[in-house]
Design a protein around this ligand. Structure first.
Ligand SMILES: NC(=O)c1ccc[n+]([C@@H]2O[C@H](COP(=O)([O-])OP(=O)(O)OC[C@H]3O[C@@H](n4cnc5c(N)ncnc54)[C@H](O)[C@@H]3O)[C@@H](O)[C@H]2O)c1
Ligand SMILES: O=C(O)C[C@H](O)C(=O)O
Length: 376
């Protein structure tokens, strides 16, 4: 005798019953012919039936995936007393959700390590036609992880559905470069994705949605996205340059022989590309200027800069694919920096619209300090 779970359509509760093999038949998932919600039980059956090769029907992204379609009252749920003090649900769209970076990121988001242990979240996962089956697999893994803070998961291929009312959009879905390529060469393929997604965000996302563009070339893609979303404040668009900041901190720590938490005030100027300038002049090690601690100026000016500029490319040569886990970590760092006060005297890097931030910088109205720019 084992524990089996029966899926019932949205609106009713998920039933968990001890079952024998015969009873399992009786509790096969029942779906109305027109139901568009996808659940893990259906996905498993598709593979079993050999239907996995058939293009899946387009799901309605507002409906939850599998267990996440169950309707419940969060505040009234006595089993989760903790939930009574939880904040209002935050809705996060992740594009390229079946890709390498997302495979690390989604589980960090769901665990609460990004937005906090009192912040329930909804994940809206956007995939492409090619990746849709894999997206179902991702959603199934999220189901099986039983994260208390993960209250909703939906999947879809239409950004106009997936982005509806989202508070955050983490735009990762794009083609990565291969060995020997420059990121800029991806613009022809990836640029259009960000034009389309910018339009979709403009039309259906929360008017104050925060957007982090990861797909390369990320600075240009962020600009394209921003230009296609005139209703969303320009200050809300970020290109992910945090990975470069983290890489630069790591190299300075290595050279100085200190743990990397001793390195602060690291700025990345320019694009997330080989033209970027990791700013060792303003960086600090243990509160002192990096140049005072690292006397080897030639190393700082040449090797340090080149290492940070080329780190992504070297990694591709070694791995055969681009960085994923460290990128996910840097997305977490970037979000955390945006939602929590910056430690006194420190700052962080993010690619943003210079036009907007220049004025704010002078007015000194911001509570979080930024060192960032966005470039096309
Ligand atoms: N800014 C950075 O620091 C940084 C770091 C690493 C990678 N990247 C970039 O991030 C992007 C994704 O990298 P990855 O390793 O996750 O790639 P991946 O190939 O593993 O995953 C990309 C996913 O996006 C999906 N996709 C493609 N077009 C889409 C669309 N229009 N809408 C939704 N999904 C779509 C693909 O089907 C795939 O599942 C690449 O462009 C890569 O160069 C940026
Ligand atoms: O180098 C790449 O193409 C992937 C990413 O931008 C990185 O810096 O690791």
């Amino acid at each position: 005798m084992g524990l089996s779970t029966a899926y019932s359509p949205a609106g009713s509760r998920l039933v968990t019953t001890p079952l024998g093999a015969g009873a399992a038949q009786l509790l096969r998932p029942r779906r109305t012919p027109l139901a568009t919600v996808r659940c893990s039980v259906d996905a498993a059956k598709q593979v079993q039936d050999g239907a996995a090769t058939v293009a899946p029907e387009k799901p309605a992204s507002r409906k939850g995936f599998g267990v996440f379609s169950t309707i419940y009252d969060l505040k009234a749920d006595s089993e989760h007393c903790k939930s009574k003090s939880w904040k209002k649900l935050v809705s996060i769209a992740v594009s390229g959700a079946a890709g390498m970076i997302s495979n690390h990121l989604l589980f960090k988001l769901a665990s609460g390590e990004v937005f906090g242990q009192d912040q329930p979240i909804a994940l809206k996962l956007l995939g492409s036609e090619r990746s849709f089956q894999a997206l179902e697999g991702v959603a199934m893994e999220l189901e099986d992880s039983l994260y208390p803070l993960l209250r909703e998961v939906s999947i879809g291929m239409d950004p106009y559905e997936v982005f509806e009312d989202v508070d955050w959009a983490l735009l990762i879905g794009a083609k990565p470069r291969g060995p020997g390529m420059e990121r800029a060469a991806l613009l022809d393929i990836n640029g259009q994705i960000y034009a389309d997604q910018g339009k979709a965000l403009n039309a259906v996302a929360s008017p104050n949605v925060k957007v982090i563009v990861v797909g390369n070339p990320c600075n240009t893609n962020a600009l394209i996205c921003m230009k296609n979303a005139p209703n969303i404040p320009a200050k809300n668009f970020h290109a992910l340059t945090r990975l470069d900041e983290n890489r630069a901190k790591c190299q300075l720590a290595l050279k100085a022989g200190v743990f990397y938490d001793k390195v602060s005030n690291m700025t990345i100027w320019g694009n997330h590309s080989t033209t970027q300038v990791p700013d060792f002049l303003n960086a600090k090690i243990d509160g002192r200027p990096a140049k005072e601690v690292i006397k080897d100026t030639k190393w700082l000016e040449e090797e340090f800069t080149l290492t940070v500029q080329n780190r992504g490319g070297v990694l591709i040569q070694k791995w055969g694919r681009s960085s994923a886990a460290s990128t996910a970590v840097s997305i977490v760092d970037a979000i955390r920096s945006l939602v929590t006060p910056t430690p006194e005297g420190d700052w962080f890097s993010s690619g943003v619209s210079l036009y907007y931030w220049k004025s704010l910088w002078h007015s000194r109205e911001h509570r979080v300090q930024y060192a960032m720019q966005i470039k096309g």
